[in-house]
Design a protein. Structure first.
Length: 362
């Protein structure tokens, strides 16, 4: 099979279709026309994952069509991935072809890169990793100027760092981010930067406090914290919490308290259903929350969390699933109205899109 098809000449038309779909979904709520933020036409994905497929005695980068795990699409390069990934792909392939220690039972490769030029490669194996692998991997990491992670069952060996460093500019200020291997990060760096700027502008300069749910590695937390008196951010993933704490410290952001709680648990805490030891030392009553920022998973907010957000004057909502976004807005529409909306084309040439809305109390 040939590579996955994409055609930059069709980009404007597919973006127009996405806008029309978002307009249709938001029409029942009298939402204003969405602001549209486009993507680079190619080399926009900062991360990529490939299975390896043996053919003619060699391992090749491979992907598979949805639902088909048996017919590989063999790749020499990947134009939707970052220039750095495309630069690294042939050098990595040459390295494993030249080294039995690197290639033996290697079945998957993941690349994580940044706009700032940093790169990390994860190599996954169906065998234990030994000293021979370690020696070859250290040599490879130095030659490619990357960090390297080797994974096998029960093993995770890190050469260099287990994260990459990104730098994004919001309202003229640069923010530095650690993005850990294996943790969620926004895949489209340029569109992520546009999302951050839109959210920063939509929130506006406030003299009260912000609650953030699903904060991840602090992607939105850093710029939004500059707009409020103080912020309370929550995240359930330990890896993301540790990255967020490091990012807050690295950027000198000192008006944020971060707690490892799910959105559902925080809802229980605010409703005084039960206490949480992880909230020890945090006085929830000291906050004068005026705004809540949410960036939930594809399932959207659960009904109880949605009801929690109703308490706030402003709900700033970033969504990776406009259908669940619309369902959440429907639950809130009797008390809040959509005053701004946006489309962020994180995933060109697919039906997926990211959307943003600002809801304000009626």
């Amino acid at each position: 099979m040939s590579r996955p098809a994409f055609d930059p000449a069709t980009y404007d038309a597919q973006l127009a279709e996405k806008k029309a779909r978002l307009v249709e979904l938001l029409a029942p709520f009298a939402a204003p026309e969405p602001e549209v933020f486009d993507s680079p036409r190619e080399h926009y994905r900062m991360r990529a994952e490939f299975r390896l497929w043996r053919e003619d005695g060699q391992r090749h980068y491979a992907m598979f069509a949805p639902g088909d795990k048996h017919t590989p699409i063999l790749l020499d390069d990947f134009p939707i991935a970052s220039l750095r990934i495309n630069e690294l792909m042939p050098h990595l392939r040459a390295a494993w072809q030249a080294s039995e220690a690197l290639s033996f039972k290697l079945f998957q490769v993941e690349f994580l890169t940044t706009l700032a030029g940093d790169a990390l490669i994860t190599l996954a194996y169906h065998r234990p990793l030994d000293e021979a692998w370690q020696a070859e991997a250290e040599k490879l990491a130095a030659e490619l100027n990357v960090s390297l992670v080797g994974r096998s069952r029960g093993q995770r060996l890190v050469i260099g760092r287990d994260y990459v460093e990104e730098e994004l500019t919001v309202a003229g200020r640069s923010f530095r981010y650690r993005q850990p291997e294996g943790a969620f990060t926004q895949p489209n760096g340029r569109v992520c930067e546009k999302m951050l700027n839109w959210a920063h502008d939509a929130l506006g300069e406030r003299d009260d406090d912000l609650l953030e749910l699903y904060c991840g590695n602090g992607n939105f937390t850093l710029p939004l914290a500059t707009r409020v008196r103080k912020a309370l951010a929550t995240e359930i993933s330990k890896t993301s919490v540790n990255a967020a704490l490091a990012n807050l410290a690295d950027n000198g952001v000192d008006n944020v308290e971060l707690v490892r709680l799910s959105a559902e648990e925080l809802t229980q805490a605010l409703n005084e259903v039960r206490p949480f030891r992880r909230l020890a030392g945090i006085d929830l009553k000291s906050y004068a929350f005026g705004s809540v920022f949410v960036d939930p998973p594809r399932a959207g907010m659960d009904p109880d969390t949605c009801e929690l957000t109703r308490r706030f004057e402003r709900i700033l909502y970033i969504s990776c699933n406009p259908e669940t976004l619309a369902a959440n807005i429907a639950q809130l529409s009797d008390t809040h109205k959509v005053t701004r909306s946006a489309l962020f084309d994180q995933f060109p040439y697919t039906h997926h899109m990211e959307a943003g809305v600002l809801l304000e109390r009626r």
